[in-house]
Design a protein around this ligand. Structure first.
Ligand code: FAD
Length: 477
């Protein structure tokens, strides 16, 4: 530990109570990773309870020239909350208060450590809900959702975190506390809320969030369509949207995922199905009553072997528990799995899934698919074993190959998990050098000293130049 770092840790321990500063190696080990593959140990972990304390920590880091990284629950899947260059990990996990609920205007002010599911549950008594529902919602925090601009099954119809964030309180990299956006759905000046949501903790530390609430729908129906192959399942997805049916959620799972779910906790998925599509329609009773049969018809027309409407709330909950527990279920099949997050236009789903199957055969890794099909947001889970020498490099290369397929299909590198450490060197697959340079200028305007969550989002100099050059040649730049 450098002298400045040692002094910084001493100062943190003087400024915060002992139980809110971790600095021993043994404790720090727990904070060196998130849900992705990368790892890096922090210098210290602090647990502030207020914006003022966050600001003090950031100012101290600035004084010693030490980087810092905001962390929610650490469920991120792209390395966003890993302190890539060491320094102080600022855990917002103890700032868990719902500060204000404005039922009439359907909004609330919450601290960043509020767990996503808890917010939804707390609003239910007012007939309201908070829409973005990542499958990790039992654990992930609103601050982390803001960091990643998270989505979830129901964002097909209702949008992602940015569409449900009205305002933010942010501790900027110079330690000053600012408010952007606020109570109204439109605010004057530059849309800094839009800029900060999804910036992966690289522009400041969010300490309060003004969230938009919506009324709980009058009726909801969940439908399970079972297919003999993934092509038919994909064509049902494209078919629904083509017919202007936009359900609240369209989720798809392949046979490997279905078997994993059913062996962990039976949820009502037929284990011999090659693909299932879980569709949810919600809204006013008349609208739902009209949509459900239309969904049924499209699925059957696309070759569904069966289409079943959940009979009651218990059956509906079981189907969703299976889907939301799918990643955990896959964890029982393999020592490790690597979650890839890419987007393709919905119409490209069949070709992309076929290509992923081919990549699986060529690489020798089993790949399970469970994803937000309505958004074309794929999550191939690559099953691997970290104890096999050389497998980490191979699994990362396989993930990068899938990303290349998504980019070539006109898609994107992430639907919701962000770029983080994991995909920063793949940015040239979809952005030009000028695009990245413009983003970098924004980062420098906020964080001229580069101490706020460094080592994320932006490609490593040199390593990416070759990719930029290759892509430039292909595009004729
Ligand atoms: C099983 C499983 C299922 C998942 N399903 C989904 C899904 O359906 N949809 C989806 O979008 N994601 C999903 N994820 C990914 C992950 O849960 C989300 O990205 C989530 O929003 C991360 O929240 P967190 O609190 O764990 O944040 P962390 O992982 O701790 O942090 C994520 C990023 O946000 C930044 N950050 C955290 N707090 C703050 C703050 N207060 N201020 C500024 N920056 C901050 C961090 O620096 C980091 O860059 C899943 C993950 C798992 C493990």
């Amino acid at each position: 530990m450098a002298v400045a770092e040692g002094t910084l840790v001493d100062e943190l321990r003087q400024n915060l109570p002992a139980e809110r500063v971790l600095w021993r190696d043994y404790d720090l080990m727990l904070y060196e990773y998130d849900g992705s593959i990368d790892k890096h140990r922090p210098l210290a972990v602090v647990f502030p309870l207020s914006s003022t304390e966050v600001s003090q920590v950031v100012k101290l880091c600035n004084r010693y020239g030490v980087p810092y990284t905001a962390r929610g629950a650490g469920t991120g899947l792209s390395g966003g909350a890993i302190p890539a260059r060491g320094g102080v990990l600022i855990s917002l996990a103890r700032m868990t208060r719902i500060l204000e609920i404005d039922v009439d205007n359907m909004r609330a002010i919450v601290e960043p450590g509020v767990v996503n599911l808890r917010l939804g549950q707390a609003m239910a008594q007012y007939g309201l809900t908070y829409v973005p529902d990542p499958s990790s919602q039992k654990a992930c925090t609103i601050g982390g959702n803001v960091g990643e601009n998270s989505g979830g099954p129901h964002t097909l119809r209702y949008g992602v975190t940015t569409n449900h964030t009205l305002g933010l309180e942010v501790v900027l990299p110079d330690g000053e506390i600012v408010h952007v956006g606020g109570n109204s759905s439109d605010s004057l000046g530059y849309d800094l809320v839009g800029l900060i949501v999804g910036s992966e903790g690289t522009l400041g530390v969010v300490t309060k969030v003004w969230v938009r609430l919506v009324p709980i729908n009058e009726t909801v129906k969940t439908i399970l369509a079972v297919f003999g192959n993934m092509e038919d399942a994909s064509s049902a997805v494209a078919g629904m949207i083509a017919q202007r049916i936009v359900p609240a959620a369209i989720e798809m799972m392949d046979n490997l995922t279905i078997r994993a779910i059913e062996s962990r906790s039976p949820s009502g998925y037929p284990v011999d199905a090659q693909g299932v599509v879980l569709i949810e329609v919600d809204g006013l009773r008349e609208e739902v009553d009209a949509q459900a049969p239309a969904v049924d018809e499209v699925c059957r027309h696309s070759g569904a072997l069966s289409v079943r409407l959940a009979r009651d709330e218990a059956e509906r909950a079981a189907l969703w528990a299976g889907r939301k527990g799918a990643f955990a279920a896959i964890g029982r099949l393999t020592p490790d799995y690597y979650t890839v997050d890419g987007v393709v236009p919905r119409t490209k789903l069949p070709a992309t899934l076929a290509r992923i199957q081919q990549i699986s055969a060529e690489s020798g890794f089993r790949i399970a698919n469970v994803f937000h099909a309505g958004d074309g947001n794929l999550h191939p889970l690559i099953l691997w074993d970290a104890d096999i020498p050389g497998s980490e490099e191979r699994v990362i290369d396989t993930g990068a190959e899938i990303m290349q397929v998504c980019a070539e299909a006109g898609g994107s590198l992430s639907g919701e998990h962000g770029i983080g450490m994991e995909k920063k060197d793949l940015m040239p697959l979809i952005f030009s050098q000028h695009d990245v340079a413009q983003m970098q200028r924004i980062k420098e305007a906020f964080d001229p000293d580069g101490l706020c969550n460094p080592g994320k989002v932006f490609p490593t100099a040199g390593r990416c130049m070759e990719l930029f050059a290759r892509r430039g040649r292909a595009a004729g730049w």
